[in-house]
Design a protein. Structure first.
Ligand SMILES: Cc1cc2nc3c(=O)[nH]c(=O)nc-3n(C[C@H](O)[C@H](O)[C@H](O)COP(=O)(O)O)c2cc1C
Ligand code: SF4
Ligand code: SF4
Ligand code: SF4
Lengths: 444, 541
């Protein structure tokens, strides 16, 4: 893996250093200093620092981390932190590497976050398939206990802190935070109705914060270098860096940590070294995991940051039908987002119908089946998309896709419904011609 | 005593707090209870809103998304079942956005449904069929193979599942967990391959399991006893009260001809919610089998007139000799009207002693509905003998008096069930026995006169449950053969004894009873609810 070294590596700074996962080495490299500093601060001071850092969630939704922590009721008796290490969004493979190279940074970040919300215990819910990372993490947790960073008196502070590593059982939906909580409680991994949100009633009905692995791994650095430093490193309202998981038809796939707001084109053509040797030009980019609206080659001169991509005029608004803008949430239009930080590069010559069908089959397979629109709609889209891609489509299929896709997102219990609607409508908005060509060759 | 009012948290939210507030529905002002579930409030306001997964007796799952509404000016729609009524709430239900979304949800619910209404037991009372007629009524847009699932899954002793018909609303799962308190059902697999199934090592086998069949909005769950026996629209429905135990659950008798097909609970917030126990549901079976239909006098079939005449003669003779040697036994299984007439006869017409035949507590009560007391009307019978020391009317007192040879004439109103044999064995000194019963027993075989009685689904009348609530029985159909209500036989015998007829109907008897017995002073005969055809019974709840 060739990496362009920057001054601002945070979460990937120990990549390539096999020793850094040992506690002693991690300490020599400055590790756990932030935790020792944290316990000399009040929880409120930590939350304020993280709010000042503009750290946003790296799990997909980009919710400001400090703000999420501040929702925990101050008088709550039992509070939990849950680390979401279930990483399952297609294209996304950063958390597994982050945990593999730097497990102590995650433990340190989680300890600080847990302390900030007055929790005495955090759970790491790790995707079941990540066996190697599980071993690394368990080893690191054992070391941290031995060294007194975990246990009855975290870093000598008198504050008890326990960590539990829990393996998932192989369902993508268990990455959705409330489904994860049910799974952690030993229940079927069904997302919960919201409200109540986890900050009020989460794990075992107690106030709970769920954060992504990468989100928490930024926390030690924020405490060391200050929230403002972190905020300045990134983009307005969106601080720090992102560990971009770059994949697809690109020369240097892998994890590239870049400041938030780095131009997406430069992520692909500089960090990623441009298109692979096939010589085919860029056709499209999925900018944030397969649930995020796809971008055409002409739409990638945008800062890689939530607010920027949501508003950039560069990116065409997703349409519900030709000429009719799709509306979501409070009724705004949709462009795209950096999501989970997975950038999938697609070269000219790729069949967009087949690619879309593959994505639809994934969500149909992973829909938990709880609510009707997602359960039935995802399967329907997968069926129709797949037959179109195989040249067995029927007249009216493109309109059918459009109509069905528009009925799912926004009407479901969890955001997996949006993860079906958004890509489907975005593919149709930007590559409708290819779908129509497939339909034109179809039987009546 | 509130134990037999199932007060789940869900039921309480569904009903709200009692404070009336106003909210806006598509611009008009609607009054509802604060805190009430919005689905119920909308239904009560006459809004044709539909829901599959919401049930007022269960927790909110918001899975079917069929009850989407707009709240305030928000763009995003929310399921009404996730909202409760608050003062000033503004709800949109009839805008294009809302209607289109609901139509879409219905289409998706139907997507993999087999739509085999023609051979489905639920047809005619199916919520999905009904909503389709109301909302969509278009041909299906699906043109690929539907997902296939198991068709005849034996879930337990009473219930069969057709997994293809199941719309995965989870009502049955929630019922088992929340009401029956047994985690016997669960979902397995994911996406559109999700299936309802029994939990590992479990069957759908609990005393309330058949409620899942009622609340299943479609024909996925069927009752082994009822399936394929009748189309529901051929049935008639009569509102009555279950006679299975002292809980006195409100029940609908579903019948055709002179045959009962099933007992199902109506929605009664003040009573059994929408539940019945399985045993109570099956109690109808005894009504149709091996009934006494003819009067019997001295071992020979007789006309009703002959029976009454023979009874009157014997009673008059014994009364003249020594009224205290006569005993009249009220039944804890008979109606208040029956027992009132029997007490009338005993006290005012012949001067006999009064006892009450009841069944002993069976200890099978629970905290859900069922009571330990298996007598539907013990409280009523006791109320009629409240002027006497209970120990002088008890079963023990009766058997002791018989054993002592003090009873020469015995008149038993009701089956006396488990007491029939001990009484029959203690008749050595008794010269004359008159029994009014629905079924033969050792006692009827020992009796000089047996008069066939109408069973509870065949009579109008009242019974008093353990909480002293007076419930109303309504006759679903005529009793078989010569059988008639106990009170009517007693009136007939009274006429033969020379008493003037005062009551032409059970209601007349009830009015006398209400005027004369203090404990019934505030009781009500209840509204007249005619027997009706089952039409879109899904509206029942
Ligand atoms: C269907 C679905 C799958 C998700 N999977 C993951 C996941 O694998 N890892 C993750 O961190 N967040 C995942 N999320 C997002 C989480 O729900 C949650 O927003 C996140 O863990 C919060 O952490 P953050 O604020 O630090 O990003 C998923 C969300 C949805 C709707
Ligand atoms: S949207 Fe899909 S994944 Fe989420 S709860 Fe509904 S069925 Fe399950
Ligand atoms: S069997 Fe009936 S009640 Fe149970 S989930 Fe299926 S449709 Fe709902
Ligand atoms: S609890 Fe008693 S009254 Fe209610 S249904 Fe069961 S047997 Fe009948």
């Amino acid at each position: 893996m060739t990496r362009i070294v920057t001054q601002h590596l945070i979460v990937t700074q120990h990549f390539g250093n096999e020793q850094a996962k040992q506690l002693a080495v991690y300490e020599q490299l400055g590790g756990y200093a932030a935790l020792r500093k944290a316990v000399s601060l009040t929880p409120q001071q930590i939350i304020e620092e993280v709010i000042a850092s503009n750290l946003t969630g790296r799990g997909g939704a980009g919710f400001p981390a400090g703000k999420k922590w501040s929702f925990i009721p101050k008088d709550a008796e039992t509070v939990y932190l849950v680390v979401n290490a279930d990483e399952g969004e297609p294209g996304t493979f950063k958390d597994r590497w982050l945990m593999y190279w730097d497990p102590h940074r995650l433990i340190e970040g989680a300890c600080i976050a847990a302390y900030a919300i007055r929790a005495h215990r955090f759970y790491i819910y790790i995707r079941g398939e990540l066996v190697r990372e599980l071993r690394v993490l368990e080893q690191a947790v054992a070391e941290a206990y031995e060294r007194g960073y975990l246990g009855p008196s975290m870093a000598g502070s008198g504050w008890a802190m326990d960590a539990v590593v829990h393996r998932g059982a192989g369902a993508y939906i268990c990455g959705e935070e409330t489904s994860l909580l049910n799974s952690l409680e030993g229940k079927r991994g069904y997302p919960r109705l919201k409200p109540p949100y986890p900050a009020l009633r989460g794990l075992f009905d107690q106030p709970t914060v769920v954060n992504n692995v990468e989100t928490l791994m930024n926390v030690p650095t924020i405490l060391e270098r200050g929230g403002h430093w972190f905020a300045d490193l990134g983009f307005p309202g969106d601080g720090g860096t992102r560990a971009v998981a770059l994949s697809g038809h690109v020369k240097s796939p892998g994890i590239h940590e870049v400041p938030v707001g780095t131009n997406l084109r430069s992520i692909i053509f500089e960090q990623g070294g441009g298109m692979r040797e096939s010589g085919k030009p860029l056709k499209a980019v999925i900018p944030g995991g397969s649930s995020m609206p796809i971008l055409s080659a002409a739409e990638i001169d945008v800062p890689y940051a939530f607010q920027a991509m949501l508003k950039s005029e560069q990116i065409r608004e997703v349409e519900q039908a030709p000429g009719i803008k799709f509306r979501w949430g409070a009724g705004g239009t949709l462009r795209s987002m950096p999501g989970s930080g997975a950038v999938t590069v697609i070269e000219e010559g790729t069949c967009m119908v087949a690619l879309c069908a593959r994505i639809m089959r994934f969500y149909a397979h992973e829909s938990c089946g709880q609510c009707t629109p997602c359960r039935e709609g995802s399967g329907w889209l997968a069926q129709v998309c797949t037959r179109l891609a195989r040249g067995a489509g029927r007249r009216g299929d493109v309109d059918l896709l459009q109509r069905v896709a528009g009925q799912i997102g926004g009407n479901t219990i969890c955001a997996l419904g949006d993860a079906v609607t958004w890509p489907m409508l975005a593919f149709l908005t930007k590559f409708r011609g290819e779908f129509e060509a497939k339909e034109a060759g179809a039987a009546p | 005593m509130t134990a037999n009012k199932p007060q789940t948290a869900a039921a309480t939210t569904a009903r709200g707090t009692g404070e009336v507030v106003e909210f806006q529905l598509d611009g008009r002002t609607v009054r509802a209870l604060k805190g009430q579930n919005l689905v119920d409030a909308l239904l009560e306001a006459g809004e044709p809103i539909s829901a599959f997964c919401y049930h007022p007796g269960l927790s909110v799952a918001a899975q079917c998304r069929q009850c989407l509404v707009g709240i305030g000016d928000g763009y995003r729609l929310v399921p009404a079942c996730q909202c409760t009524v608050q003062h000033g709430l503004s709800v949109r239900s009839q805008t294009d956005q809302v209607r289109d979304a609901r139509r879409a949800m219905l289409e998706l619910t139907l997507l993999n449904h087999p739509v085999d209404c023609v051979i489905c037991d639920k047809a005619g009372e199916c919520a999905l069929q009904r909503h389709y007629m109301d909302w969509d009524a278009r041909p299906a847009a699906i043109n690929h193979e539907k997902v296939h699932k198991p068709k005849r899954v034996d879930l337990g002793p009473n219930v069969v599942l057709d997994a293809e018909r199941c719309i995965l609303c989870s009502r049955c799962v929630r019922f088992c967990t929340e009401v029956a308190q047994q985690q016997q059902l669960t979902m397995a697999q994911r996406g559109d391959h999700t299936v309802l199934t029994t939990a590992p090592g479990q069957q759908l086998d609990n005393p309330y399991a058949l409620n899942t069949v009622d609340i299943c909005p479609v024909g996925a769950l069927t009752d082994k006893d009822f399936r394929f026996r009748s189309r529901v629209w051929e049935l008639w429905s009569t509102l009555s009260v279950c006679n299975g135990c002292a809980a006195g659950c409100a029940t609908e008798i579903h019948h055709k001809g002179h045959e009962i097909y099933r007992l199902v609970p109506p929605k009664r917030w003040d009573m059994n919610l929408s539940w019945m126990c399985d045993e109570g549901r099956r109690s109808y079976k005894a009504v149709g089998t091996e009934r006494l239909t003819e009067a019997v006098v001295d071992g020979h079939p007789a006309t009703p007139e002959q029976g009454c005449a023979r009874a009157a003669t014997a009673l008059a003779l014994l009364a003249r000799r020594d009224p205290t040697s006569l005993a009249v036994v009220l039944g804890a299984d008979a109606t208040n009207e029956d027992n009132f007439m029997a007490a009338q006869l005993a006290r005012h017409w012949v001067g006999a002693r009064v006892f009450v035949a009841d069944r002993a507590d069976d200890g099978r009560g629970d905290t859900i509905l069922r009571r330990d007391d298996p007598n539907p009307n013990r409280a009523g019978a006791q109320a009629l003998t409240a002027d006497q020391d209970a120990t002088t009317t008890s079963r023990e007192a009766l058997l002791a008096a018989l054993g002592a040879g003090a009873i020469k004439g015995l008149y038993v109103v009701g089956n006396a069930s488990e007491l029939a044999a001990p009484i029959a064995a203690a008749l050595a000194a008794t010269e004359f026995v008159l029994v009014q019963a629905t079924h033969a027993s050792a006692l009827t075989r020992a009796a000089q006169v047996v008069l066939p009685a109408a069973a509870w689904p065949e009579v109008d009348g009242t019974i008093t449950n353990e909480r002293r609530e007076v419930g109303r029985l309504r006759a679903a159909f005529e009793p078989p053969g010569q059988a008639r209500a106990h009170w009517a036989w007693i009136a007939e015998i009274g006429a033969a004894l020379g008493q003037p007829r005062q009551c032409a109907s059970a209601k007349d008897v009830f009015e006398q009873l209400r005027d004369q017995v203090p404990l019934f002073r505030r009781a009500s005969w209840g509204e007249e609810r005619p027997t009706v055809r089952l039409r879109w019974a899904c509206r029942r709840g």
